[in-house]
Ligand binder design. Structure first.
Ligand code: ZN
Length: 292
């Protein structure tokens, strides 16, 4: 499963930028934001790594360091293939002298450039790095020619690294989102079960504590949650996620705090952390459909 999905996303990471280039003449891989963030390369790396990690999750295989090495190799293959296929399709329009991408034009290898020699893949890549205008999405301005070859090489290296960053980020993202149950060799499941206003937090956590300490066995978690009103937009809130393993019947309640900034954007407050082991019988009312 992970091999199949890994190959599919490797192919996608090569095909998508090539198709974009053929149809729009735009090189996704050199898209940068704020001059230094290689957004295009990171996106390509992310797509490249996505399938492998998704496959590992789906087949309940643990993500290990080995997989990060594999995904870096895949990113290298993806990067090289994109560059090589781009080169293979690079032709010169005989009337305008400009570059166009086509299967049957006058291929760039028929040309020589003073100082670079005949346009082999390596010579052409060097020329492209040292003379391509780098486009920036920031305010959709183009910076025009970058004349300084050193600066151009720095950009090229940042771009190259971007592909790896994207691929590794895909793995870290999946690893963070899916907890692994060591005793069952399986991924735990998770389910968001409530949102509660921050202002209701204190009384909610008091009741929750009573429940988890088994002081009161007459109420259920659901009853406590339902006591509090719905969270309206624009208010800070707590979000509770149940993380559980059906097999060994262990469950944890993880609560996160989301605050609203002055510009009305919701963001997680990283300083707040609340995790409590929950008796599986309490958790069960939320996961009935999964447990026989
Ligand atoms: Zn387990």
């Amino acid at each position: 499963m992970s091999i199949l999905l890994g190959l599919l996303s490797l192919i996608a990471s090569i095909a998508i930028p090539i198709l974009i280039m053929v149809f729009t003449n735009y090189e996704l891989i050199s898209l940068g934001i704020f001059f230094v963030i290689p957004a295009g390369a990171i996106a390509i790396g992310y797509v490249c790594g996505f399938g492998l990690f998704k496959g590992l999750i789906l087949s309940s295989k643990r993500i290990t360091a080995k997989h990060f090495v594999i995904v870096m190799l895949m990113a290298l293959i993806s990067f090289t293939s994109i560059k090589y296929i781009t080169y293979s399709l690079t032709c010169i329009n005989t009337e305008t002298g400009e570059i166009e991408y086509s299967m049957d034009g006058d291929h760039v290898s028929n040309y020589e450039v003073p100082g670079y020699g005949s346009m082999t893949f390596l010579n052409y890549s060097k020329l492209m790095i040292e003379s391509t205008p780098i486009s920036f999405s920031y305010k959709s301005r183009s910076m025009g020619e970058v004349d300084n070859p050193t600066v151009s090489w720095v950009f090229a290296i940042i771009n190259f690294i971007g592909v790896f960053i994207g691929a590794v980020a895909a793995g870290i993202g999946f690893k963070d989102k899916h907890q692994y149950c060591e005793s069952c060799n399986n991924y735990k499941k998770s389910k968001k079960i409530f949102k509660i206003l921050k202002t209701d937090g204190q009384s909610f956590f008091e009741e929750l504590e009573m429940l988890t300490n088994d002081v009161s066995d007459s109420t259920s978690l659901k009853q406590i949650v339902e006591k509090y009103g719905k969270v309206k937009l624009g208010n800070a809130f707590f979000e509770g996620t149940l993380i559980y393993c059906n097999n060994c019947r262990k469950s944890t309640l993880s609560v996160k705090l989301f605050e609203v900034s002055s510009t009305n954007k919701i963001h997680e407050n990283d300083e707040f952390e609340y995790n409590v082991n929950l008796n599986f019988n309490i958790a069960r009312e939320y996961i009935k459909e999964d447990v026989a």
